[in-house]
Each structure stands twice: as C-alpha cells, then as structure tokens.
Design a protein around this ligand. Sequence first.
Ligand SMILES: NC(=O)c1ccc[n+]([C@@H]2O[C@H](COP(=O)([O-])OP(=O)(O)OC[C@H]3O[C@@H](n4cnc5c(N)ncnc54)[C@H](OP(=O)(O)O)[C@@H]3O)[C@@H](O)[C@H]2O)c1
Length: 295
Amino acid sequence: MQEGYLVVGGDSLVGGGVIRALKKRGHTCVATTRRKESVSDDRVYLDFRDEAVFEAPSNINYAFIIAATTNYERCETDPEAHVTNVEHIPRLVLSLLDQGVFVTFISTNSVFGGDQAWPNEDAPHDPRIAYAQQKSLGEKNILDGAKAAGTLELLNIVRLTKILTPDVSPLPGWIETWGKGEVVEPFSDLLFAPMSVEFVSESLVTIGEHRISGMLHLSGADNVSYTQLAESMARRLSFSSDLIKPTTATAKGIEIAFKPRYSGLGMERTTRLTGLHPQMLDDLVDGIFPAPKEN
Ligand SMILES: NC(=O)c1ccc[n+]([C@@H]2O[C@H](COP(=O)([O-])OP(=O)(O)OC[C@H]3O[C@@H](n4cnc5c(N)ncnc54)[C@H](OP(=O)(O)O)[C@@H]3O)[C@@H](O)[C@H]2O)c1
C-alpha cells in the first residue's frame, strides 16, 4: 500500500488546514466531502449517515477523522447530532481500522468539563454540555471497539482546545471599533487556550508522520481571558491599550453555554513523544495577523 492521507471533513475549518499542511510537506492527500457537486479525483464523497461501508481509496493508509457535528446548539437539540457523533463516526473509525488504515480521531478539551487545570492525556472525563458528552461517548465507543478488534495500535485520539481565526467573533468587530478610535469591551470572565489553524494542522501532520498511538493533546500555552487576547492583539496591530475596557459576560447578562474555569490541556505525553509544545498566545496573534509585506 502506498503512503497517503485521507482527510475526513475536507470542508471543515481544521480539515482545510490539514489538507494545506499535508500538501506543503509533499504528502499524497485525499479529502472527503458530502457536497456532491465538488467531488473530484482528490475529493471523494462521504456522508456519515450512509449505511454502505466506506472503502478507503487504495493509495491511503492514514486517516484524520475531523468532520463531526460541532454546533453546540444542534448537539443540544437535534437527535441526529447524537447519532452522528456517537454512532456513525465511531462506526467509520472502526471500519477504517479493520481495513488496516491508521486513524487519528479528533476530540475536544470540553470532555474534561473545565474544572481541571491542565488535564493530561489520560485524565478522567467530566463532560457538561451535549457536544462534550457526545465527543466523550464517541471516544469511548472507538476505544472499546478498537480494543475488542485488536486494532488499538493503529489509533490515536487527539484532543484540541479552541481554534481562533481572524474571522472568529468578536475579532473583526474589535478591529473595526479600534479603527474608529473607539473602545472595545472584552470579557475577563471568559477563558480559553486558543491555537491557530496553522499550528493545529502542522502539529496534526507531525503526529501523522510519527504514527503514534494512544491519547494526545494540542493546546494553547496559557488559559487566557478575552481581555488578555485583546491586549495582545492591540499590541500586534499598534492600537492603544486605552481602547480596551474590560467587562464580564456576567455583568453584560450574557449566558454562555460552556464557560470553563480552565481550558488548556496538559501535553506532557504528546511533547515527550512528538517534540510538539503548546502554542504561545503572542505567537498565535502574530501568526493570524501577519505583518504587512514590505515592497
Ligand atoms: N474549531 C474548534 O475550535 C475545535 C476545538 C476543539 C475540537 N474541535 C474538533 O475539531 C474537529 C473539526 O472542527 P471544525 O471546527 O474544523 O469543524 P467545522 O468547521 O464545524 O466542520 C464540521 C464538518 O463536518 C462535516 N459534517 C457534518 N456532518 C457530516 C456528515 N453527516 N457526513 C459528513 N460530513 C459531515 C461538515 O460538512 P459540511 O461542510 O458539508 O456541512 C463540516 O465540513 C471536530 O471534530 C471538532 O469537534 C474543534
């Protein structure tokens, strides 16, 4: 079998980044899509809901399972979200493992609930919201199935913290407000440990190249508030810190579905086995707001 990578979820935020990172490193890469009109030689059709067994393309021996139902609201209210995340995706993972394909399943920091500081790769789960409960059950179904089939050595589960892009709310609004010389009001009581798509994607490809089985984490280096993010952005974009007036979601009466005390993930095992380290906030901000090129 040739060495090639399958990206399940070619149209997702993370999937797009992984495809770019794989191509940059010269790897063979096939993506899946459920948008029939966009199928081509390197984009094959896959919808988790189809009953038929998905046969991995013959040039593939590694798969990143990235697609999922990710919308918190849909996970709370739509029974199909549960079926997708807890039944259909594990069924696909176990089928690919049976076909001899090495699999990375992408999960989330939210399985830990947000009360544990820097949970390591084998910390106990404590999921609070439907999305997190579904990802946690998805992990369990995959691990139980792979153990029963004797394919655990072909599997890793990589949990991610929040991914930040320049388009994610409220970043574009802040920049527009600062541009008018006006003050923004970031929340000091909303914490996360953000990473860039590029950091996550490059790190996932490194993990893929090492073919390490077991549990792994990718995380931002600090639990930061939106106020700290605003300060780092203002420095990077040369706006005055006087244009930042911290407030809280509580003070604004805004209900937030997942409001963890801690968001960052411990990466001890991941760092030991891959050499990957958590991403620093300033590196993230510098990466997503690159300096303009000089002529
Ligand atoms: N983004 C984050 O901050 C973050 C943080 C932690 C973990 N994660 C995890 O990382 C992974 C990727 O997240 P993301 O933000 O990149 O996802 P995303 O942009 O929300 O994309 C989800 C993808 O899943 C596809 N999908 C949904 N149902 C499907 C089905 N039945 N069959 C086939 N494809 C289906 C969607 O297809 P369409 O495009 O056709 O709708 C979409 O492309 C997820 O597993 C998520 O849990 C993400």
